[in-house]
Design a protein. Sequence first.
Length: 784
Amino acid sequence: MNNDQYSATKHQHFPDANIKITKETNKYSNEKQRIINDNDDDDGDDNQDSGQLLSSNLQPKSNVCKSISCTTELLYVCPKEKMDDEMIITNHNKQQQQQSSNNHSGSKMIISNSSASLLKSKNHLHLYYHHQNNNNNNNKHGHHNMKKKHHTSTSSSSSNNPHLHQIWIENKNEREHWDKKIEFLLAVIGFAVDLGNVWRFPYICYRNGGGAFLIPYCIMLIFGGLPLFYLELALGQYYSSGCLTVWKHLCPIMKGLGYAICIIDIYMAMYYNTIIAWALYYFFISIGSLINMELPWQNCNNEWNTPMCRTMQHRRLVESSSSSSGNNNMTDPKTNLTLVSPAHEYFFNHVLHIDASSGIDSLGTIRPSLAICLMIVFLVVYFSLWKGVKSTGKAVWVTALFPYFVIFVLLIRGTTLDGAADGIRFYLSPKWEHLYSINVWIDAATQIFFSLGPGFGTLMALASYNKFHNNCYRDAIITSSINCLTSFVAGFVTFSILGYMAKKLNKDIENVATDGPGLVFIVYPEAIATMYGSVFFSIIYFLMLITLGLDSTFGGLEAMITGLCDNYPNLLRRHREIFVAILIVFIYFCALPTTTFGGNYLITLLDTHGTALSVLFVVFIETMAICWFYGTEKISQQINEMIGHKPNIFWRVCWMCVCPIFLGFIAFASLINKEPLKLGEYIYPEWSVNVGWIITSSSLSCIPLYAIYHIINKRKSVWRRIVTLFGMTKSTNETTTTTTTTVVAEMTNFPDDDDDDDDGDGDDEDDFNGHQQQKLDNNLGDSV
């Protein structure tokens, strides 16, 4: 066979089909054996020929046996000096294996190597060969995942040889790819650029020294955030795997990290989509305001308003006559009431109706309007995810690009407002003394970590749909830079608005500035309500919040869906639409309590204990497992195979040393500086904090529980278990050992070093019989 007819590099995929090509390298050690042998002597010549590829006494010259794996089928393609100029096609179906052990007649076919040719099409591989009828049994090759078509070719070559036949390999578990490279970039940018870029970064920046904060922020980006971002993209792309199955290649005992990530993603979806539902409710109200061109939070004449409600003009007069201008809470000297804005009461009293709840122990009933908005959000999410990256790739053209249009419009409008210059000056003015505070560096590290989003499994999942030779290094630089630049530009928009509000209220900017939902659902709407064309700006502003939120929830749920579909391909991947529907419905009903009167208390609890703390420890353990147990040298070699050059010493040092310190620093600081859980003036009761820690442990406990299960379930010696489960190999010839392990797993269609139920039948032990597994252990020796 002409080796130039197809590309055969390690872990490479055909561009349009998920049929993996694996090529053994020339670097072999004499003491290693590379034998796949079922101990059947089919031709009676005392030679164990079924499936034998290479033994230790055969040293390759240029290339060695290649394998083409197709779900449960394999084509062995060996050069002349290895298999007597023949290619063996062996059916490794489980039932066929059992029959072979009974009657010693394996289902195989011998094909002349010199007369075979391999062509590829969109979803199939076509192998043309000259059939040699040496054994009647050899002609039998039926299987549910392989279709063999015997026909006389219409070409001139076939007319000369009527025995030319075709094997048509249909890949029914094809892994899709992004239609366009830009769709992947938009998906990653959309996930990274979320609501936190709008409501958290500007506030964190001004609170920690203004322009001076950019120094620790950039340092943490370069030495901590970006290396983690790059690492997850590279691993997802190389293994074409999500957060679960990637661990059987890296460090099998740590697969519990994948399950922990899935649980964290569920918690995030439960409350994050509710925040999107709030924005959707505001969007619908803004659309309805086109009738009378007046937003409902512009005045205090509504049924949800209280005697404390005052418009901006009234509060400005009170502020001018009040001596407590430094206090953010404004008190009317005539009535002795603490005054609040119409936007404040609209959000808390009308949208959330939180005044009907006294705390987390009295959530109250579900708000029908929010429940309907939440349902619409989940419907949009479903139809954006149900077809995989084919549907997500189309959705991100809107959800990732539209926010930039709105930010640009608001930036132009905001900088023209009275007082905007004061706000921008306040935003950028450096306060160098803040750099001596450890809290500034903690905030910088925390912000860059949660902004880029490693640890949620999303980067790995999105990158797993890339082509093998995609330049993930360039992608990491581009997307992370755009994310940070977006945060910086959003600060100009935010502080131009805050400067305008401070001017209107005759207050200092620091007494207007806030972060979180208070900024995007109170301060921004009130400022917009005072502008000319307020309804238009309100519509596009809340539509921007919706699209920002949808991008992030796409990524979080896709991480979980990809991980589970990869882990259970026959059960879930083939029925992705049904699985995604069931998952979305399940999360929707779990999220309904967040739409109650006291739902905001539950959202704060889930945000703090469901994701913020858990994901820090998950990423810390993940980084240690990958960089210390698996090894940065292997990672560098794999990146070299994909993009043509190894990461330089900077990246390897960051992965090995800086990133663990970076993550440990954030996690330790989060525990040391942890304040009592509260929402506004409400302090959570002790029982609810205990529930929060149970929520945290529900995800983190997956890591040790799976490790214990995996160790107990392995039928190997203690040392073999440690070596295999932690992904450690001997220092000599590491690349060959890793490659061979992958080839063995593909050739035998066994579940590698993973004890999961790979075929989705509910019975993992039934996926391979113990006798065959024992022979693999004996033949491979220390190579696993």
